[in-house]
Design a protein around this ligand. Structure first.
Ligand SMILES: [Zn+2]
Length: 253
């Protein structure tokens, strides 16, 4: 079995042909974590997971534009209390699109970190153009928090620091891109026992479909790229990353 540790297959992008995407999940033996990222779609992700007997998470993305942080955090807390979710996230920091409100993002992130400790859930971390700030924040809670650096785009050196702190590094479509040097260094430099694979669909489509919509069944292209980089068989990558996913998400099969 393959485990796509980061899927947004519940998104509107798939409304016209989701049934076919789901068929391909079964054909390729792929399971998914459906990752929610705002108050509206946390429930949508949950419902799809229930329908397919798969898994979901709930969180508030740093990019989401809502007025009232406290009201959204309160909804998230209530949702986690009343629904079985396997992780808190995605959450984190994104300083890519200007203008952004750094203070606001930091507070939203830190409140979710505290919530993950309270509910003993792994975190799914989104970090874009904010590598140092994300690291500093998670370092502050070292030993209390754990989880996944999703679609990791930082340096190998920083990845090693995360692994020392018990984090998993998740790699996606960019691993298949010719010009993506750093993700390849990370794939080769981090032991497979701390690596995961994901799609982040509908985004970050791997080769040979780059430029088109991504979907979770394509996660095996990421597995193949990882196998080539690590000189392993695809079966070994498939099995080990699957077991890693069960472990970090505390899934008992
Ligand atoms: Zn995502």
């Amino acid at each position: 079995m393959f485990f796509d540790t980061h899927s947004h297959l519940f998104e509107e992008d798939f409304d016209i042909d989701r049934i076919n995407c789901i068929k391909r999940l079964y054909e390729t033996n792929t399971k998914c974590m459906f990752v929610g990222f705002n108050t509206n779609n946390n429930i949508v992700a949950y419902n799809l997971a229930q329908e397919l007997n798969m898994y979901s998470s709930a969180g508030l993305h740093p990019d989401t534009q809502f007025e009232d942080i406290d009201a959204n955090l309160a909804s998230l807390r209530e949702f986690i209390k009343t629904h079985k979710v396997y992780a808190l996230g995605e959450c984190g920091l994104d300083f890519h699109w200007e203008p952004f409100d750094k203070e606001r993002q930091m507070r939203l992130f830190e409140e979710q970190i505290k919530m993950s400790i309270e509910f003993n859930l792994p975190l799914i971390i989104h970090s874009r153009d904010a590598h140092q700030e994300t690291f500093d924040m998670l370092k502050k809670y070292e030993g209390q928090v754990y989880g996944i650096m999703h679609c990791y785009s930082g340096s190998l050196e920083l990845a090693r620091e995360y692994v020392k702190m018990g984090w998993y590094i998740s790699l996606g479509g960019p691993l298949t891109f010719k010009n993506a040097k750093e993700p390849k260094r990370v794939a080769q430099g981090i032991d497979i026992s701390h690596l995961l694979i994901e799609t982040d669909c509908p985004f970050l489509t791997p080769e040979p479909f780059r430029g088109k919509r991504n979907e979770s069944s394509y996660v095996h292209y990421v597995a193949l790229a990882l196998a080539n980089l690590k000189n392993m068989t695809i079966e070994d990558v498939e099995n080990i990353t699957y077991q890693n996913a069960l472990k970090v998400y505390n899934i008992k099969e």
